[in-house]
Design a protein around this ligand. Structure first.
Ligand code: FES
Ligand code: FES
Length: 454
């Protein structure tokens, strides 16, 4: 933690925020405890398979402490060890009047620091995006956005991509002790062996817990949770023959940054902001999003359109289940009690293919979909050679619109054909009226999203 090595025996399901505050590091705040406000933001550094040190911002309120074993946890206290001087980011916030009550401010400063520490998450056109998971209730956000702009302007460096630890510590954005962290973590990694024991309690396989810690925090504490989000060996994204295989522990950020995925789906970056805030994307796993079994999971909708296969594993072997048969009923999947999802795979689309994702939610960003839909479309000129359409939020389970897809196969893309297809789509869904909209509204939304694909 910061510059200190911590040795502790803990319930692995305690969330990091609670542990940090028990150490009297109280700059990290509890606001919502739901991943919405960013008051609890910390930075996590870890060594990847190439022995490189990578940092990312996360919501500590939703992160089980087991997931930071062997990693560098940076809280606001660890960003400036000098109590007499503010660092440049803190100073910019003061200069721009970007802090009033101050409750949110540590989270903002930590997120802004991760802008410099994490090149892959950086949005050059708008540095404020590095704080997309932070909310301030006092200042209005303009002064904060101004402060972010000034800091980035002041530290224009090289091509803007390579902020080395040396550069950052020379400019007091991070303290000197950051220089030794990489070596310390590499040594820790050698020593580190995770031990998980079964003690007869109900066994949970948990991705990283970004949803479970919101929905069932007490149950998590007393469960015998196995946190697959901490399994680096299950987070790779690779190609084998004509298949793309994604480990269940890969995060949404891993997916968005993957060269393999960007080659297959070049426009995926356009949807990044629809998939939650930066700290949530940095933790939420593909396996977690799918096995949550929500009828409106964004990843679920995408992978359903790609006609994916779920790869399950247990002590006695592995098996594969086509994704369109994986969801049995509301929040129930075809996975036995001792099985966990190891990976998901799909055949790499070939030929003249398009993949698209559409989502409507009450708020444009950082919200659960009212209805979502994805499509994989293969065409020859205007003729549809193959198509697969998914729909979320319009039934008890995520749907594959198989009859609509079958109708479209071999047809020309023409307004009349699409109109007829959208009528078939309405016969395949059974939305209910709830907090996200009435039945009729969801029917209308699906029709609009269907047209938007084309
Ligand atoms: Fe609000 Fe963690 S306390 S995001
Ligand atoms: Fe008060 Fe942001 S300064 S909540």
């Amino acid at each position: 933690m910061n510059s200190e090595l911590i040795n502790a025996e803990l319930n692995p399901a305690i969330v990091l925020l609670d542990y940090i505050r028990s150490l009297r590091l109280t700059g990290t705040k509890e606001g919502c405890k739901e991943g919405d406000c960013g008051a609890c933001t910390v930075i996590i550094g870890e060594i990847d398979e190439n022995n490189e040190l990578n940092y990312k911002s996360v919501n500590s309120c939703l992160l089980p402490v087991q997931n930071v074993n062997g990693k560098h946890v940076v809280t606001i206290e660890g960003l400036n060890l000098n109590e007499k001087f503010l660092n440049p980011i803190q100073q910019a916030f003061v200069d721009e009047g970007a802090s009033q009550c101050g409750f949110c401010t540590p989270g903002f400063i930590v997120s802004m620091t991760s802008y410099f520490l994490n090149g892959s998450n950086r949005n050059f056109s708008n540095p404020a995006y590095s704080m997309d998971g932070n909310i301030c209730r006092c200042t209005g956000h303009n002064s904060i956005v101004r402060a972010a702009g000034k800091i980035v302007e002041k530290f224009q460096h090289g091509n803007g991509k390579d902020y080395s630890i040396r550069y950052l510590s020379d400019n007091k954005i991070v303290p000197e002790y950051f220089h030794d962290i990489k070596e310390r973590l590499i040594n820790l990694k050698k020593e580190f062996a995770a031990s998980i024991s079964e003690n007869g309690k109900k066994l949970y396989f948990i991705g990283s817990g970004t949803d479970l810690f919101v929905q069932r925090p007490d149950e998590m504490l007393s469960s015998n949770g196995i946190f697959l989000g901490a399994r680096n060996d299950m987070s790779s994204i690779s190609i084998e023959k004509d298949e793309c295989i994604i480990g269940a522990s890969a995060t949404v950020t891993d997916l968005l940054g993957s060269e393999v995925i960007n080659n297959i789906f070049p426009t995926i970056g356009n949807f990044a902001e629809l998939f939650g805030s930066t700290p949530i994307r940095n933790c939420a796993t593909i396996g977690g999003n799918i096995n949550n079994a929500s009828p409106i999971g964004d990843m679920t909708s995408m992978f359903m359109a790609l006609d994916s296969t779920i790869i399950l594993e247990s002590g006695s072997g592995s098996r594969k289940v086509p994704m369109n048969r994986y969801f049995k009923s509301y929040k129930t999947v075809d996975r036995k009690i001792n099985e966990y999802m190891k990976a998901i795979s799909f055949k790499i689309p070939s030929g003249n293919c398009f993949i698209n994702f559409e989502k409507v939610s009450k708020r444009t960003y950082l919200d659960i979909a009212s209805v979502n839909s994805a499509i994989l479309l293969k065409v020859n000129d205007k003729t549809i050679l193959d198509v697969n359409i998914s729909a979320g939020g319009v039934a008890a389970v995520p749907l594959c619109l198989s009859e609509t897809s079958a109708f479209l196969k071999g047809k020309e893309i023409h307004p009349q054909i699409l109109k007829e297809a959208s009528a078939i789509a309405l016969t395949e869904i059974s939305p209910i009226s709830d907090a996200r909209g009435s039945r009729q509204y969801k029917q209308l939304l699906l029709t609009r999203l269907f047209f938007a694909h084309f």
